[in-house]
Design a binder for this molecule. Structure first.
Ligand code: CTP
Ligand code: MG
Length: 613
């Protein structure tokens, strides 16, 4: 196939229309000329076909039985061959142009959708299932591609065939032409009725397919959980049920179709039969010539056949419309604006951060954070401590504007947070997520992911060393070029955390957020990372979320969170002076450690004694 027209910067959101057909028409922008070309080619092909029958009529009426004209027969043979070649050529051309239209629209749509989905806000992704999005970007886009390559082009072809052949028959005999189309309104009306029903059935079918693909995707991602809890048969049964439901919905769709075809086929069959009969009677009566009758017999087939297919296309268009609506539902979603800020920060952030009576909730649920107020100077380390679900992750996620706060405010260097653009903030803030995600690419690509440029080996190694992962990487078969995941090494939880720390450190952010970043790392390695970080954190404001007191005790400011509120704040020494959670946790953790130490020592002694005996 010829190369597809280059992608133009394209805003699909402007093509959203309430009327789905209009919307699909809108999507064709830029390809309408190609589409027109395809339709014209089809017209020419149809014209060639019609001409074949007219030529036949001419031969029968004017050549056969006239010996003097018989010597022209080779010429007529050439005429038939030429018409066949013309028809073949234009059929091929129209197919090619149709494919270009359909593939072009589909590739543009897929690209746009991918880009769009990436720019949707966190709140959208929180509530949307991945499988659903995958299905809309693949199966639904494909249904639309089919619509453009088959239905949209087919409709043009059908209407043209109908028009050309109708005019041709009209020229043969106008009464015959009218008799030939009496059943057509009935066919169109029946198709419309089926169309309305099938659209509902297909919607249900696609929804069920989305349920199935979501289920599949979740089971693949969570295969360990499924196995660990030995829930395979439960999951299989669940899948069977959903699959069965899809089968039922698919069957319903098929039953409708198989009901529809005979109905229109019978209508069309009767229409054709009536045409043959009436034509024959007219020929017997001498109203029309035998040649005209023969031509008519050929033409009526090409008049009725498109009508039979028109019904089919009307019905199949329903799939295009349903998929259009499903894709547009995603495209309608508001993106996270990236270049919105009215305040343009010209240089790096210094890192003075202040929270004032800040409250936050995820979409009208109960408050997740209330009345948060604290202040830190550039370069300081702020530690967050609190039981699980107390709102620590939620608090730090506000800084890169992953979510928007509801009341109160946050300022960075004295400027309200939402005056900064998200893009700028995210370039200044490095966050090591609580559940780090690595791509199935090489370790090098993972570490350099955040910087958007080539990094030198030295830079990469420095970051990896600070994250205490350099030595581990060297033990891998291909060092930094080892693939992570499926086809490469499988990293342990702690290794993943450390690679993601290296990734964030390489970005050299002004504000560093470590959300429980060393939770899967042993104490000794954690201490090693902490020492490296202390060196690296100099000059940048850092937020550290941790559960071990040792990880937070050197911070300049410790915030103790409980149910979304700051219940204590101060330095380690200050907090130890007060009654409260901090001291309790500190005492508990020290006691556990002391006990642990004693136990280790006593088991050493008894083990030693044991081995002596
Ligand atoms: N929450 C929510 N929607 C999200 C994320 C969190 O409704 N997208 C809710 C959680 O249900 C929880 C509260 O927000 O009740 C605080 O969550 P989080 O800030 O993640 O708690 P952490 O303190 O980070 O808890 P952990 O120590 O377990 O990480
Ligand atoms: Mg958390």
């Amino acid at each position: 196939m010829a190369s597809i027209a280059p992608l133009q910067p394209y805003d699909l959101q402007q093509h959203i229309a309430d009327n789905r057909l209009l919307g699909l028409w809108g999507l064709m922008s830029g390809y309408r000329m190609t589409y027109l070309g395809a339709t014209i080619s089809q017209a020419l092909a149809a014209l060639a076909k019609t001409s074949t029958y007219l030529l036949l009529r001419y031969i029968i009426d004017n050549v056969i039985g006239f010996p003097e004209a018989a010597r022209l027969l080779p010429l007529f043979a050439l005429g038939f061959i030429s018409l066949a070649v013309v028809e073949g050529f234009f059929t091929f051309t129209s197919g090619r142009l149709a494919a270009r239209t359909a593939e072009g629209i589909a590739i543009r749509l897929r690209d746009f959708l991918f880009d769009h989905i990436q720019r949707l806000p966190f709140t959208y992704h929180d509530k949307t299932r991945t499988g659903e999005l995958i299905q809309r970007s693949t199966s639904d886009v494909d249904a639309m591609r089919r619509f453009f390559s088959e239905q949209a082009i087919g409709v043009g072809r059908i209407l043209l065939l109908f028009a050309i052949n109708f005019i041709a028959i009209l020229n043969l005999n106008w009464q015959l032409a009218l008799y030939s189309v009496v059943a057509i309104p009935l066919v169109v009306y029946t198709s419309y009725l089926f169309f309305k029903r099938i659209i509902v059935a297909y919607e249900k079918y696609q929804e069920q397919e989305a349920v199935l693909s979501t289920n599949l995707q979740e089971n693949l991602t969570g295969v360990r959980v499924v196995k660990a809890f030995a829930r395979q048969s439960f999951e299989s049964e669940k899948f069977d049920r959903q699959n069965w439901e899809k089968f039922l919905r698919g069957k319903q769709l098929l039953v409708m179709h198989s009901f529809f075809w005979p109905v229109t086929d019978i209508l069309c069959g009767f229409q054709m039969l009536a045409g043959f009969l009436i034509g024959a009677l007219m020929a017997i009566n001498g109203t029309i010539t035998v040649g005209t009758y023969l031509a008519y017999v050929g033409l009526i087939v090409w008049l009725i056949w498109p009508m039979r297919n028109l019904g089919r296309f009307i019905v199949q268009t329903s799939t295009g419309l349903v998929s259009y609506q499903r894709v547009m539902a995603v495209i309608k979603e508001e993106r996270e604006p990236l270049s919105e800020a009215d305040f343009q920060a010209t240089k790096s952030i210094r890192g003075e951060i202040e929270f004032n009576n800040l409250s936050f909730d995820y979409e009208a649920k109960s408050k997740v954070l209330s009345d948060i107020s604290f202040k830190c100077k550039p370069g300081q380390v702020v530690a967050l401590l609190g039981s699980t679900g107390s709102g620590k992750t939620s608090l730090v996620n506000l800084l890169p504007r992953f979510y928007e706060y509801t009341s109160g405010n946050i300022t960075i260097d004295g400027v309200e947070l939402n005056k900064y653009s998200r893009k700028f903030l995210r370039s200044q803030i490095g966050i090591v997520e609580q559940e780090p995600f690595l791509f199935s690419r090489t370790i090098r690509e993972n570490i350099t992911y955040g910087i958007g440029r080539e990094a030198t080996q030295h830079e990469i190694e420095q970051a990896a060393q600070a994250a205490a992962i350099h030595d581990v990487i060297l033990t891998f078969p291909n060092g930094y070029d080892t693939l992570v995941g499926e086809k490469g090494v499988t990293l342990s939880g702690g290794q993943k955390q450390r690679v993601s720390i290296a990734r964030t450190l390489l970005k050299d952010p002004r504000i560093l957020i470590l959300d429980d970043a060393t939770s899967s790392v042993d104490m000794e390695t954690e201490a090693e990372i902490r020492r490296a970080l202390e060196r690296l954190m100099k000059g940048r404001t850092s937020f550290i979320i941790a559960h071990r007191i040792q990880s937070v005790m050197n911070a300049d400011l410790i915030l103790v969170l409980d149910q979304g509120r700051i219940v204590q704040q101060g330095t380690h020494n200050e907090l130890l002076q007060e009654e409260g959670i901090y001291r309790e946790v500190f005492e508990l953790q020290t006691r556990i450690e002391v006990e642990l130490q004693q136990e280790i020592e006593s088991s050493h002694i008894s083990g030693f004694k044991g081995s002596n005996q």
